[in-house]
Design a protein around this ligand. Structure first.
Ligand SMILES: [Zn+2]
Ligand SMILES: [Zn+2]
Length: 340
């Protein structure tokens, strides 16, 4: 099969790779008609996360089940399925509590790399959710978004306790931030403030339900959120970047008693203890348990109630994956979809 491999900073190649095989009896092999590049792929791409060996890339996937192992019971060949970046049994106590991304049997969701034509998915019965029917082609981008960016934005909004009567602010205007806006709207938030300096992203944020746009960042961004909320700060803030500046901006934009949902992968972040102590802010986040939300998200997408696939503003053949990385790295694209 063809698959994407990262060799080092800004050196991503599409090359011939071994076809994935069933290894464990709980595995499934799926064919991936579409796949995509994630904002989190940019950490190793930029060399922030060191790349020590050629690494198959991609962890967001949807596709048709080709083959299942002998112990797979509910997932069947021919089904269209959505999974996410961690495989989980969906039965242990942690999974049952809704934290499948910390499953006691957690494994990478697509260990063979999902920016490829095929992938091996461990713990297929627990990890994969089948759509009711084979979805039409135009729903594939939205279903693919459910695999990570929508599920992650949704978790961010839930962790921030977005809901009726709440003012929600979203730090970060990547795909996850934009879809956190969509999630906050679906969860019934009264007012949604998107923090973005990029016109096309502001427009999509508005389409997804943002009522206000704040272009300032850092201390000036915090001051602007306070101004918009009678000096109090937002009830709920979603942090979808993962830097020191963005997390502090999120904490400082939250009113006492409010909640921060942090879903940007934190890199070299240190929270000043005393400031946090006196903030009275709840922090909840981490790798999103996307599996918890998949049944509901699939239903919303298949009934065309939401259109998260609009975050894909660049579409390329899989062979041109490197161009997708470049466009996202240079912020010319929000998110690149790859067709195989
Ligand atoms: Zn991702
Ligand atoms: Zn589990």
């Amino acid at each position: 099969m063809r698959g994407t491999v990262l060799y080092g900073p800004r050196d991503v190649r599409v090359e011939e790779r071994p076809d994935p095989q069933i290894i464990e009896p709980t595995d499934a092999i799926i064919r991936l008609p579409v796949t995509c590049v994630c904002g989190s792929d940019l950490w190793p791409y930029r060399g922030v996360d060191p790349v020590t060996q050629p690494t198959p890339m991609g962890h967001e996937y949807v596709g048709i089940v080709e083959e299942v192992g002998s112990a797979v019971r509910t997932i069947k060949p021919g089904q269209f399925v959505v999974g996410s970046f961690f495989a989980s049994d969906n039965t242990c106590e942690i999974c049952q509590a809704g934290y499948q991304s910390s499953c006691i049997h957690r494994q990478p969701g697509a260990p063979t790399g999902a920016q490829a034509q095929y992938a091996r998915i461990p713990l297929a019965d627990g990890t994969l959710v089948a759509t009711p029917d084979l979805p039409p082609d135009d729903l594939l981008p939205s279903l693919l978004a459910a695999s990570d960016v929508l599920g992650t934005g949704w978790f961010g909004a839930e962790a921030a306790e977005a809901g009726p009567g709440k003012t929600v602010a979203v730090v970060g205007d990547g795909a996850v931030g934009l879809l956190a806006v969509l999630a906050a709207k679906q969860l019934g938030a009264e007012r949604i403030i998107a923090m973005s300096r990029h016109e096309p992203r502001q427009q999509l944020a508005r389409e997804y339900g943002a009522t206000d746009i704040v272009t300032e960042r850092g201390d000036a961004g915090v001051a602007r959120i306070k101004e918009l909320t009678d000096g109090l700060g937002a009830h709920s803030v979603v942090e979808a970047v993962g830097t020191q500046e963005s997390l502090m901006q999120a904490i400082r934009s939250t009113r006492p008693g409010g909640h921060v949902g942090f879903v940007g992968v934190l890199h070299d972040v240190a929270i000043p203890g005393k400031e946090f102590f006196f903030s009275h802010v709840h922090l909840h986040g981490g790798p999103a348990p996307v599996r918890r939300f998949l049944p509901e998200l699939i239903e919303l997408i298949c009934n065309r109630k939401i259109n998260p696939g609009k975050v894909f503003d660049l579409e390329l053949p899989l062979e041109q994956a490197a161009a997708g990385y470049r466009a996202m790295d240079e912020r010319r694209a929000i998110k690149a979809l790859l067709r195989s």
